[in-house]
Design a protein around this ligand. Structure first.
Ligand code: ADE
Length: 425
């Protein structure tokens, strides 16, 4: 792959900038909340002079966030949070048209991926913005010399939040982080409707399979799993859910799905998709039990939910019938198809979550960046929730942008809710 490198950026092809610009504008049409924030940031400059390193999926939606942060006065360097999720044209436009140094090439290998994180860190960040916590982990492991200048950070995704909480528990986390994922206006929409739709999009783009009548096994019934199960069912699939958490399993049962251990589901699965955030969810024994032609994919953050080493070990032959499909002939004579090398299917084979949900996720990111820039001195070194007033402001702005009005409590209702005297009448 020929790419263009310089100290200030590393993108596949800077001449793709005009195409990237069109994609950024197209996504921007569906991001009215972020647009409002950008207009205010242009006036108020709440991030004036703040050095920021962002490790995010480099998509047209992220570009709208990056432009907003810059409009607020931030000096931002951006790198990818996954080797396969970069939209090369967008990376080119950010670098060329928006003056945001970007280090991201779709298909980059692991060494280059981590090299790009180091390049983003060259900004000597005061604020970090992460999706999966690779940037924060690299800072703490290899660039401790930079830690004293970091004031605070934000984290986008469930997996990153779990990782950062583990760091905080170990006493390792050296600056406060706001868990953007925990905002209701993030995970109820982005994780559920975003992952639900874009995973199906990735599955269809990669394979063009018909979902109607297929048995689709969804591993994990968190917000992403809930969204994915409902979208697969909506397309006529017979959905089976696997879970380790009894409450979530029960919820899946009462939502109308069959629930069973993956070992039992494996022989009848046409398609298996992991969305758990854990390792080796699809393990050797499951692979051995799959029927001929089973399709396996992952939409969790990291590419370790499917035991690819075991799959390789069981394989006698691997072919690539289509982009994003690797077909493994197993020693038992069956073939198992893995999509997008087990990496985030929705971002590798499709374009990630649609802009309309990223609007809310990234509105939270922008407002939390402003919040930590202002309040870092009073925040403890741990993982914090998004302030509820930011969360409800995002919901309010989104409803307004959608032209939807809602009721307000009367004075009588307000006082009723704060009193205990009246009960059964
Ligand atoms: N995460 C999931 N979908 C995304 C998108 N479209 N842009 C950035 N991050 C994402």
């Amino acid at each position: 792959m020929s790419t263009t490198r310089s100290a200030d950026y590393d993108v596949a092809d800077p001449s793709l900038a005009p195409e990237g610009e069109r994609l950024i504008e197209w996504a921007g049409r569906e991001m009215p909340v972020l647009r409002l924030i950008r207009e205010r940031f242009e006036r108020d400059r709440p991030l004036e002079g703040m050095r920021m390193a962002g490790c995010l999926h480099v998509t047209s939606e992220t570009a709208n966030l990056a432009i907003t942060l810059k409009a607020g006065g931030a000096e931002l360097r951006l790198c990818a949070s996954n080797p396969l999720s970069t939209q090369d044209a967008v990376a080119a436009a950010l670098t060329r048209s928006h003056g945001i140094p970007t280090f991201a090439v779709k298909g980059e290998d692991s060494a280059r991926y981590y090299g790009h994180i180091q390049s983003a860190l060259e900004v000597r960040p005061q604020l970090t913005m992460d999706d999966g916590a690779d940037l924060v982990a690299e800072l703490h492991k290899g660039r401790q010399d930079l830690l004293d200048t970091v004031l605070a950070g934000t984290e986008e995704t469930t997996t990153g939040v779990i990782r950062l909480r583990a760091m905080a528990r170990d006493g390792a986390l050296r600056f406060p982080i706001i868990a953007v994922n925990e905002a209701l206006t993030k995970h109820l929409f982005d994780n559920r409707y975003g992952t639900g739709q874009s995973t199906i999009d990735g599955l269809i783009r990669a394979t063009n399979v018909l979902l109607a009548g297929k048995t689709v096994v969804v591993c994990g019934y968190g917000w992403c799993g809930r969204g994915l199960a409902s979208r697969a069912a909506g397309l006529g699939a017979h959905v089976v859910v696997t879970e380790v958490d009894p409450t979530r399993a029960l919820e899946a049962v009462m939502d109308g799905y069959r629930v069973m251990p993956l070992q039992d589901a494996a022989p009848e699965a046409d398609i298996v998709i992991t969305v758990t955030g854990d390792i080796n969810v699809v393990d050797r024994s499951h692979i051995e039990a799959f029927k001929d032609g089973a399709i396996v994919a992952n939409s969790g953050h990291f590419n370790d939910e499917i035991n690819l080493a075991a799959l390789d070990d069981l394989s006698t032959h691997v072919s690539a019938p289509r982009q994003f499909v690797q077909s493994h002939r197993l020693r038992n004579g069956r073939t198992v198809h893995v999509l997008a090398e087990g990496r985030l299917l929705n971002l590798a084979a499709a374009e990630g979550h649609p802009a309309a949900v990223m609007d809310m996720s990234f509105a939270n990111q922008a407002l939390c960046a402003e919040y930590v820039a202002r309040n870092h001195a009073s925040l403890e070194r741990r993982v914090h929730d998004v302030p509820p007033e930011i969360d409800s402001e995002v919901a309010r702005l989104k409803l307004t942008a959608m032209g939807i009005a809602i009721d307000t409590l009367t004075a009588e209702q307000q006082s009723y809710l704060s009193s205990w005297e009246s009960g059964t009448s």
